[in-house]
Design a protein. Sequence first.
Length: 528
Amino acid sequence: MATAEVTIHRGEFSNEPLTDFSRPENRSAMQAALKKVAGELGREYPLLIGGEKITTEDKLRSINPSRPDQVVGIFSKASAELAKRAVEEADRAFVTWKKVPVEQRAAILFRTAELIRKYKFEMSSWLCYETGKTWPEADADVAELIDFCEFYPREALRLAGPQPVTPIKGEKNQLVYIPLGVGAVIPPWNFAAAIMGGMTSAALVTSNTVVLKPSSDSPTIAWKFVELLLEAGLPRNVLQFCPGSGSAMGDTVVLHPKTRFVAFTGSKEVGLRIGELAAKPQPGQVWIKRTVLEMGGKDAIVVDEEADVDAAVEGVAVSAFGYQGQKCSACSRAIVAEKIYDQFLEKLTERVKKIKVGPADDPANYMGPVINKGSMESILHYIEIGKKEGRLLTGGKPAEVPGAKGYYLEPTVIADVKPNSKIEQEEIFGPVLAVIKAKDFDQALEIANDTEFGLTGAVYSRNPKKLRRAAEEFHVGNLYFNRKCTGALVGGHPFGGFNMSGTDSKAGGRDYLLLFTQAKSVSEKVTN
Ligand code: NAP
């Protein structure tokens, strides 16, 4: 492997600070990076399999949702045959990579974090163009990627240390964590840097080899991350970069008998399919495949009658419309106590009407476009259903953005939505908020828990007894009090949901790496 200098950071982990774009020097750095990256749009990128760059005839075009006529990157697409080869190359690379000491693996990740910091504004610019993230949203995504590259190596070093086992007389016992093997890493587009790089770095730092199949909507940012990993010293054959259509080559990777585990984040439908396919042993397969499946949400904020209504309005607005409502943690249901319902709606409508929509690279806009045409159509379809299921307060149609032809939608609020209606149950994944009236706190909690999901939630209340009750009864993986339900931080808010939101893992938490390892107990008889 490459022998760059090995630096081990053993200090406490702390989160990467977010960029303050009110500072002129940061604004000009971002403008300069956007300009530089704009000059690099439309380039072609290869696959990386077994350390070899491969180009194919069949191409995938990643486009800018703010200006769909702008191509961000053109990618060679992996066929099923190449996907099979990628798993086999990863299996071959595992033989040597699994023997690389943890200090070296950790050092590669720490160096990657340093490189991402160096190119932070450029990475954010790629996200602006490729995934329609505004400056602060793109910056937060990149900061989270840096956090994963700092947090997981610390965790890998910790796990490599002595593990507590009960002493037994006459024996020397130890427990060691060893890697699993080849992992298929299948991320979504909505945290195209953080989730893609988080799952990848967790797999790599624990000594697994990886087939990375980026989302077809965001392959460029994944390639940029792969380039930085290689620059940081990752051996070229350890990670296979394999863009391609999930439906066309995804099954090949998941089903392959040499695939040992799948780390997936995305929709419930695809996650369940992967779980089902992975569960069926294939000829020649000698293990039960591990699946880490992080899926959708239908997240709620409960606004109690004892809440600070202004704070709740702000928290709901940013949770519902930050990144156009396309966060798995986004608030798509506000459940509001009867007593303050009308006051809340009035203030919320006023607040939401102030949201400016337009190209993501223009910092004047709070909301950019939704990810693609299909997504826009699906969200508009839900809005039409919502207009029948409730009362449209604001929004409800494509946003008119002078001079821009992107996938823009108005932030939409639909009130008087009844529990169990379609827009109260199904994940819309766009800027659509359903507001539901609850007669009291009991009913509010009941409604909050009435979906098949259990990802994030929040409660606004000044009553500590109610908060304590919610802590016990609101069944979500990430629960927040008197603050927004988005913006989980690595280390501080280990992230992942219950029920149909996933396999109950916690990304950015202290037990996450265990999902990428298996424990081996070694016991030696000793005479004294
Ligand atoms: P998606 O459509 O399920 O796609 C996710 C990934 O799966 C993409 O890379 C996709 O590739 C791939 N894929 C599609 N079909 C496949 C198949 N048959 N086999 C293998 N891979 C396949 O989800 P998305 O639209 O990208 O992301 C949005 C969803 O992610 C939402 O439901 C959101 O709630 C969820 N999410 C959850 C979390 C969490 O932590 N729980 C975090 C973020 C997002 P293609 O792009 O090529 O189709």
